[in-house]
Design a protein around this ligand. Structure first.
Ligand code: SAH
Length: 220
């Protein structure tokens, strides 16, 4: 067992199970995926810290707990088509590849998107496509999605993401001011949408048309 395997087991036990993450499929996926492979060489020894870490381009790999929490809110059973906005390092993308049938991941920064694609291929994940473009408008060609998960903080709920939900689909997205957001869960039932406001969190900015600096109320 490498020291990373021991750190990974401790992370799942202390940071996830210890904070009431109950979804066994999420716990199993995060016990398996080598998080140290999703950060730069110089950052490897810190890969299992209880915090986000820099991945270059001013962005971060999300805190393990936040990845687990978002995935748990997705209530995956294994047959879903999922859209992820903000692939970043590709770590959460790998977790989603373990939880869902097919993963469509979008990353607006090309250097991060292509690095994530290479890592996922090296680790043998083939049920994923990565798009490099502004994901605040979703991925209309691939819609509808059973779950849409956004890993960057938005000033508002992007309307085009809601439109791309399948029946009973769920959108999980951090929404609110830059200093602190809440994970919103929007659920579709026919043409009705209900929103539940859950865990407080702080994510890096969602950019693009419906992010910060776009044409919505989040104009910077
Ligand atoms: N889950 C990722 C989080 C990365 S941080 C991880 O753990 O590595 C959020 C990412 O969202 C950044 O890589 C950023 O470039 C990306 N992002 C921000 N706005 C975006 C947009 N409009 N479309 C796609 N990606 C976006």
């Amino acid at each position: 067992m490498s020291h990373f395997d021991a750190q990974r087991a401790a992370m799942v036990q202390e940071q996830l199970e210890g904070r009431n993450i109950y979804d066994q499929r999420v716990l199993t996926a995060m016990r398996k995926i080598p998080r140290e492979r999703f950060v730069d060489e110089a950052m490897r020894e810190r890969a299992y810290e209880d915090a986000p870490l820099p991945i270059g381009s001013g962005q971060t790999i999300s805190q393990p707990y936040m990845v687990a929490r978002m995935c748990e809110l997705g209530r995956f059973e294994g047959s879903e088509r999922v859209l992820e906005i903000g692939a970043g390092s590709g770590y959460q993308t790998a977790v989603l590849c373990e939880l869902a049938r097919s993963v469509y991941a979008v990353e607006v920064r090309p250097e991060l998107g292509y690095a994530a694609l290479r890592r996922l291929a090296t680790l043998g994940y083939h049920n994923v496509e990565i798009g490099v473009f502004d994901g605040s408008c979703g991925w209309p060609d691939k819609a509808p999605f059973d779950v849409i998960l956004v890993a960057a903080g938005a000033p508002q709920i992007p309307p085009l993401l809601v439109d791309q939900l399948a029946e009973s689909g769920r959108l999980i997205i951090p929404v609110g001011p830059r200093q602190g957001q809440r994970l919103a869960v929007v659920t579709r039932k026919g043409e009705e949408f209900s929103t539940e406001w859950t865990t407080p969190c702080t994510f890096v900015d969602l950019v693009g048309r419906f992010g910060w600096g776009g044409d919505g109320p989040g104009r910077a």
